[in-house]
Design a protein around this ligand. Structure first.
Ligand code: ZN
Length: 295
């Protein structure tokens, strides 16, 4: 009798132990979206190096893929259950699929839709990261600084000049997703901090006029991996960047003639010699205007 009781007790303890183990091991959903641009990838400094026509493009697209992997690996270290990498530069076909970490899904090419560099994000994601980002047009000592294209002088959201990272943070915020990490050159990292406040940043290089001082790619990848993991382990710190409504986008071009056509968009207004603005309560509508105005 005593023996049986002991066995029953042992068995119950085992069952309880196993169920406790399985509940603590049930992975919590952690979905991570990673948008990867190229100008802010460590090691590269000229536009030619980011262009498929450049002789060293193959090397730099590999470095881009490896930096994306650093973020993916950091996300995996933190327990990410799903990772989507969005190739967000040029053709959007730079990242080498066979070299990308197999745990990540890759979004390639442009759909033509308004989410653009953030194509694939939705409200099911828990965090967003931006890798290889650059500073906005007009930034001193910003490596390959620009905003969308060479024809845009600046882009404002609700009166504030933003970089591509700022615009894309607003897209993530629209879906309730916080941006937890931005990597790129020092100027890009600084602008992300200035706009978002609580955001982890990694500066993989620093502009010196048109030149740049670089960390070794291996070192950059280590920093990105660690920062990505740390940020996701402290997800509660980060808040989505949500624009107050109604939302006004104002684009100033580099030339007057560029402002004429976008001003014809229904609801758009010419606000200056080279500027056009559009206001709407829904960010997606604002992005549809942007799609036409920035083309
Ligand atoms: Zn780019």
């Amino acid at each position: 009798m005593k023996r049986i009781t002991t066995r029953v007790l042992l068995f119950s303890a085992l069952v309880l132990g196993l169920s406790a183990l399985s509940s603590s091991q049930t992975p919590k959903k952690l979905k991570v979206f990673i948008s990867v641009d190229m100008e802010g990838i460590g090691g590269l400094v000229t536009g030619e190096e980011t262009s498929e026509k450049g002789p060293d493009y193959q090397l730099f697209r590999q470095l881009m893929t490896e930096e994306a992997n650093a973020a993916v690996e950091g996300a995996l270290d933190a327990g990410a259950t799903e990772i989507v990498v969005r190739d967000a530069h040029g053709s959007a076909r730079n990242i080498l699929p066979q070299l990308l970490n197999p745990e990540a899904k890759l979004i390639r090419d442009w759909s033509g839709g308004p989410l653009d560099m953030m194509e694939g994000i939705d409200k099911t994601f828990d965090a967003a990261m931006m890798i290889g980002y650059h500073a906005r047009a007009g930034t001193p000592d910003g490596i390959l600084k620009h905003t969308i294209s060479g024809t845009i002088f600046d882009l404002k959201l609700n009166g504030k000049v933003v970089s591509e990272a700022g615009l894309n943070a607003a897209i993530a915020g629209y879906f309730g997703v916080p941006v937890v990490l931005v990597s790129g050159d020092l100027a890009a990292a600084g602008q992300a901090k200035e706009l978002l406040g609580e955001v982890s940043t990694v500066a993989v290089k620093e502009g010196i006029g048109k030149a740049g001082r670089m960390l070794h790619p291996e070192k950059s990848r280590k920093l990105i991996r660690t920062a990505a993991a740390d940020a996701l382990k402290n997800l509660g710190r980060y808040k989505p960047y949500v624009l107050t409504v109604p939302i006004t986008i104002e684009i100033t071009y580099t030339r007057e003639d560029l402002a004429i056509k976008p001003a014809l968009y229904p609801g758009a207004k010419r606000t200056g010699e080279r500027s056009v603005a559009f206001t709407h309560a829904d960010l997606l509508e604002v992005l549809k205007f942007y799609l036409v105005a920035a083309e």
